[in-house]
Design a protein around this ligand. Structure first.
Ligand code: ADP
Length: 267
């Protein structure tokens, strides 16, 4: 009986200790959550205000200087356009992230020709890619793939946006796709600074940005987290590697080929 009493005392003590340490963990998590939320608000306010300040500056210029040359007017108007687009992308990213986190992303899968989605995304990203050379190399025997075209286009758009943002103007961005047995892989490659080995997983975390200087560029640190969330929702994977023998990042999306993904043999 004494042994049993001693054991139950020990158990009670252990439970008390666990409860105390759980309370402590809870309090610590609450502090950490508050800190993250404050950092998030600061970062969001900054990211909203920077393009807004440019838009207001350009609009003020247009309003206050009626004798501007046609070229100057065009330059101010294109600043307004570009910054408004940036703002739009930023807000879209925030909404996408919120949808992902609340489980509201339910893909509408369809059998799709990858070439078509690549084409429509390139048209949408036309202005962003204007300073770069873009090469596409899609294997001719690509099977149809099951994906949600809207989500997939968003993923590809984010990858192209990053490639254009982090690789110098004039460099080449290459998109290729090929079949590997039961999967199709699509890669987006650039000639920018690349992703160091140690950051290959963390770049897909929310708000993670590699270089200090990256936070001076417009962006949320959400783009790649959204890419991973969307690709995984479509039963695929996304990873990053470095180009062999050169600089630059290679983002690879892999999707399964469905049974029905074989192209009909041409008549
Ligand atoms: P954002 O571009 O808004 O900062 P992302 O989630 O898209 O956020 O990317 C996270 C980080 O990964 C970026 O801040 C940058 O440090 C790095 N990164 C993403 N794409 C590239 C790329 N193509 N080349 C080099 N670094 C990149």
């Amino acid at each position: 009986q004494r042994l049993l009493d001693a054991l139950s005392d020990q158990a009670a003590l252990a439970i008390e200790r666990i409860t105390l340490s759980e309370d402590f963990d809870k309090a610590q998590r609450a502090v950490e959550r508050d800190r993250l939320q404050a950092a998030l608000l600061t970062s969001i306010s900054h990211d909203l205000r920077t393009p807004l300040a440019s838009i207001l500056g350009a609009a003020d210029g247009l309003a206050a200087l009626p004798d501007l040359t046609a070229d100057d007017r065009r330059a101010l108007l294109s600043t307004i356009q570009e910054e408004a687009e940036r703002l739009n992308r930023f807000i879209a990213n925030l909404l996408d992230m919120t949808r992902l986190e609340s489980g509201a992303v339910v893909p509408t899968m369809a059998l799709v020709d990858i070439g078509e989605v690549v084409g429509s995304t390139l048209r949408r990203a036309d202005r962003i890619l204007a300073g770069h050379r873009v090469e596409t190399a899609l294997a001719p025997d690509l099977p149809m793939v099951k994906l949600d075209p809207v989500l997939f286009e968003q993923v590809l758009f984010n990858l192209l946006d990053n490639a254009a943002k982090y690789a110098c103007a004039g460099t080449t961005i290459r998109i290729d796709a090929r079949r590997d047995g039961a999967t199709v892989s699509l890669r987006v490659m650039d000639e920018g600074p690349g992703i160091p080995e140690a950051d290959k997983e963390r770049v897909f975390d929310k708000f993670y940005r590699i270089r200090k200087s990256d936070s001076q560029r417009a962006g949320t640190g959400l783009g790649l987290a959204i890419c991973r969330g969307f690709v995984e929702a479509m039963a695929g994977t996304i990873e990053v590697s470095t180009r062999t023998g050169s600089r630059g990042a290679v983002f690879t999306i892999t999707l399964p080929v469905p049974e029905t993904g074989q192209r009909e043999a041409s008549p």
